[in-house]
Design a protein around this ligand. Sequence first.
Ligand code: 3HC
Length: 314
Amino acid sequence: MMEDSKKLEEFQAKIDADVKIEPKDWMPEKYRQNLIRQISQHAHSEIIGMQPEGNWLTRAPSLRSKKILMAKIQDEAGHGLYLYCAAETLGVKREQFLKWLHDGVAKYSSVFNYPTLSWADIGAIGWLVDGAAIVNQVSLQGTSYGPYSRAMVKICKEESFHQRQGYEIIVNLANGTKEQKQMAQDALDRWWWPSIMMFGPHDADSAHSNQSLKWKIKRESNDELRQRYIDKTIHQGEHLGLTFPDENLKWNDKTKHYDYSPIDWDEFWNVVKGNGPGNKARLAHHTKAHNDGAWVREAAIAFQEKQKLKSKIA
Ligand code: 3HC
């Protein structure tokens, strides 16, 4: 007991001094478990997030927009693999993460359970969902766990391209015909609130934030990041003549932030609990793709074993 409390003291001193915690360092079991939870769920979000966008790959309005969307979706796959690798350094195998996902034990960001009804939704996802992810992930570059922090630095570089490609789609539609501008407005109406919910419950209702902030897993709270995202996004929409679906959205000169309406937490938890419009389809698609790809994994492992045997015999 004594030894652990001394180790805990030394651990917290490293955290307070912004010394990164590395895989082989001593860490409290709760720190490890919290990271396994957050990083693997972050990875799941990147991979599941490919589905709503993939829905429009074959229907992109031009070869250029198809190539850009293809590049973005490919980036998301890379982000997911990067984050699974970071999570595996905590002593859990990828297969286990995927089992927790398929068994409905692990979460992924609720925002990916909404359907992409028009091409404008692809713009709204890049502009708003990736825009929100950037705010969250730029902050996470300062996270105390080394592999997670370094993964964030690489991912953030690509995320800014994602946000820009989405905003370009919205700009083109907003400056297009009346019908195209209406498409952009409808997509903003559909994606604004789910993008705000990406930052999680209010700080007072967040199960993990206090400990995550103490251990600098999180560097800023859910509400701080949510507010930063709102403050930086409003003028981007208003500049295009779009209206945000919140009649209480207004600049507060005292707080120097935008005030906004209460979030519909019933909707949030309903979707988180698996009853969103797309939850069942997303998981079924992921499970089928994983099972259909089993032969590729088996072949790669068999090849690796054969190579190992050959090098032993040689
Ligand atoms: N969707 C689903 N579940 C959510 C959620 C959301 N938007 N927000 C919170 N939750 C869950 C949490 O996972 C937690 O449940 P758990 O204990 O079963 O894991 C519970 O609600 C309580 O929430 P907390 O605020 O206490 O949880 P956290 O401290 O983990 O904070 C978070 C939530 C801010 C999302 C944090 O986990 C985080 O920063 N995660 C990493 C970033 C991330 O996942 N980003 C979203 C998707 S990535 C993306 O958008 C890629 C882009 O390229 C498109």
